[in-house]
Each structure stands twice: as structure tokens, then as C-alpha cells.
Design a protein around this ligand. Structure first.
Ligand code: ADP
Length: 172
């Protein structure tokens, strides 16, 4: 199981995978951070498709084409804003990962890349987010042959280190 999970540093818009996950907001009409970078790299046709989706509630996910990206699909999911942990944040963050995996599976994706959902402007503490993300994906992958590889692509070193240390602790 563990060998199906990878953690690397990089820019998710450049990943050569079947699908990348976008940490979007409920409008699905673009924003800052990874969302802005994905819209910028995918081109204006992405926004046109997103306009037809009618938004997405927190914890859910919707899929579009990848347009100018190397990735064939983009799975847009909306992570929770961190309010201290008492407002269902962990359940919502787990749901983002489950729903994204389910869509990747349904679309036959062999490879899937996640960013650190909710860990930017939404303020989720890194090690807690890493625990939720890794535990959820690991538990779900038992049920699915696809995606074969799930890779987290971390933009910054602090986030990369947080994921590595949670993964390392679970392996020892
Ligand atoms: P959220 O609103 O869910 O917090 P952000 O986009 O603000 O989403 O941040 C989520 C994570 O994505 C942060 O760890 C941020 O550093 C990271 N990030 C920003 N740009 C990129 C990129 N091009 N590739 C991968 N990760 C990115």
C-alpha cells in the first residue's frame, strides 16, 4: 500500500499525471494560491467549463478537463476554512480526499496528484492536515485498484516536511 503514496516538491500544474486536484473555493471560478496557478496554466477554457458547474459545497468535488495542463483532468475540491478544529474541519477535509479519489477512480485515472488542501489561506495546521489527508487516502486505496499512484506535490518545504514526517511515523 505505502508504495502507492508519494510525496514530492514541485508545482502541481506541471505534473504529468492523469488528474490533479485543485484546492478550489465554493464558486469554482478561480482564486489565489494553487487555484490561481491552475487556472492560469490551464487557460481560459477551464473557467468556461467551471461556470457551467454551479459551484461546489465544501467537502465535495467536481471534475473538469485539464485543457493546457499536462494532466488530462482537474478535480476541483473545496477544503474547509480552519476555525480551530471544532467545526467539522477534519471530517470535511477527509471528505475532500475521499470524493477526489472516487472521481479519479471513476474516470480510470492511474495517477493522481494532490496539493495540501486547506493549508494555504484556509489556515489548516500542517501536521493535522497531513494526518487527515494521508490516513484518509490510505484507508480508501484499499478499496480501489485505481489510482495506482497518489502523489502529493508540495510547493514549499514546510508543507513537504510535515507530510514526510507523518508518512515516516506511520511507516515505522
Ligand atoms: P486553500 O485555500 O485550500 O488553503 P491555497 O491555494 O491557499 O488553498 O493553498 C493550498 C496549498 O497549495 C498551500 O500549501 C500552497 O503553498 C500550495 N500551492 C500554491 N501554489 C501551488 C502550486 N503551483 N503547486 C502546488 N502547490 C501549490
Amino acid at each position: 500500500m505505502q508504495e502507492r503514496i508519494e510525496i514530492v516538491r514541485g508545482d502541481i500544474t506541471q505534473e504529468r499525471v492523469d488528474a490533479i486536484v485543485n484546492a478550489a473555493n465554493e464558486s469554482l471560478l478561480g482564486g489565489g494560491g494553487v487555484d490561481g496557478a491552475i487556472h492560469c496554466a490551464a487557460g481560459p477554457e477551464l473557467l468556461a467549463e467551471c461556470r457551467g458547474l454551479g459551484g461546489c459545497p465544501t467537502g465535495q468535488a467536481k471534475i473538469t478537463k485539464g485543457y493546457q495542463l499536462p494532466a488530462k483532468y482537474i478535480i476541483h475540491t473545496v477544503g474547509p476554512v480552519w476555525h480551530g478544529g471544532g467545526q467539522g474541519e477534519a471530517d470535511l477535509l477527509a471528505s475532500c480526499h475521499r470524493e477526489s479519489l472516487r472521481l479519479a477512480h471513476q474516470h480510470g485515472c492511474e495517477t493522481l496528484a494532490f496539493p495540501a488542501i486547506s493549508c494555504g489561506v484556509y489556515g489548516y495546521p500542517l501536521s493535522e492536515a497531513a494526518r487527515v489527508a494521508l490516513e484518509t487516502v490510505r484507508a480508501e486505496l484499499v478499496n480501489y485498484e485505481l489510482p495506482r499512484i497518489v502523489r502529493w506535490v508540495m510547493f514549499d518545504l514546510r508543507t513537504y516536511d510535515a507530510w514526510k514526517s507523518v508518512l515516516g511515523a506511520s511507516r515505522s
